[in-house]
Write a protein that binds this ligand. Sequence first.
Ligand SMILES: Cc1ncc(COP(=O)(O)O)c(C=O)c1O
Ligand SMILES: [Zn+2]
Length: 392
Amino acid sequence: MKNSYHSGSLVDTLSCSKCGRIYDFSVLQSFATCCEKPLIFSYQLEKGISKEILKTEQQSIWKYASLLPILNTNNIVSLNEGLTPISKIEKLGAIADLENLYLKDETGNPTGSFKARGLSVAVSKLKELGITKCIIPTAGNAGGALAAYCAKADIEATIIMPRHTPKVFKDECEIYGAQLILVDGLINDCGNKAKELNKDGAYFDMSTLKEPYRLEGKKIMGYEIAEYFNGDLPEYIFYPAGGGTGLIGIWKAFKEMMQMGWIKNKLPKMIAVQSSSCAPIQEAFKDPIHWKEHFNPQTSIANGLAVPYPFGMDLMLAVIRESNGQICTIQEDKIKENVLLFSKKEGILISPEGAATFMALKKLKENGVVGKDDRVLLLNTGSGYKYIENII
Ligand SMILES: Cc1ncc(COP(=O)(O)O)c(C=O)c1O
Ligand SMILES: [Zn+2]
């Protein structure tokens, strides 16, 4: 196993995403305390780095190990995550009146969601640095993924989840041997509970973007997308945004590939999809100063979208601005029928978050933003099987 991984991560620096202050990546880091913002890894990338660095037997995100921050490949904790398929979905394309509609389907990941990617990298880093206990507030999928990777790595995981989350999300955490704590409220309430339990700092806090490692795993989606489209990326990518790691990660990957000369054409417009039940990015975009005063977040059938106060808000807004993208809020009470539409037309039991991206596409197609000839990629970030009790 160990010899088939790349050696030699190209990691260069870890720095504050706001002011650029450098942090030591050889020790465990959380967020940039200078500005209370996420920390971001950068790599020694220059034009002309050959795609040969991807040559490996690994059939997982670890194919891209040189572009990830694990320093000793013996520490990699993998359950064969990533390298998920992209395919054309012609029937739904016809419904949306689009010639070229693609779906990247994250269903096949360990524990059934794209969260596996980030947690593989983060748990590998915990192993690399000898950390034995961690804690995570989660809307559902990240908790299950953390539990599975921690089981493999012999690390104790404590998972804090909203009580209303469907049963399978809770059960899987316990099945993988994690400690599960339920909280009345949304993920931000779970975050407060995690803080309270971690007053003495006994656990490593894995909250979204309060550590820099999960983002790196998520970014590999961007590399896989570019590989599928041979560097000629689609005009639009629709992404269901909660904490934002996928949106920020995919964009980060595109920029890294631009630096290496792997992408030549224009970058896609990134569309962040939110639910009308909880659309903080939309609110913050409209009213950056006062949005929290009138914000009233509710639960969503798409659990992963019910993230009222994302720590990575500025980074998400930057992706939307830089890519000339936009935020698209869809109607909560229509998500379920779109999950069913997907199942009945394409034979894929998509997550409600994934269904939300199709709803957003229809909306932007109808109001003329997306054209019939535009190539559009939707992200189905997880399997719908865990949500069945809320779908049927
Ligand atoms: C299926 C699914 N889609 C999307 C999201 C939102 O992810 P992100 O934090 O990358 O915005 C989540 C988060 O829980 C999720 O579980
Ligand atoms: Zn700073």
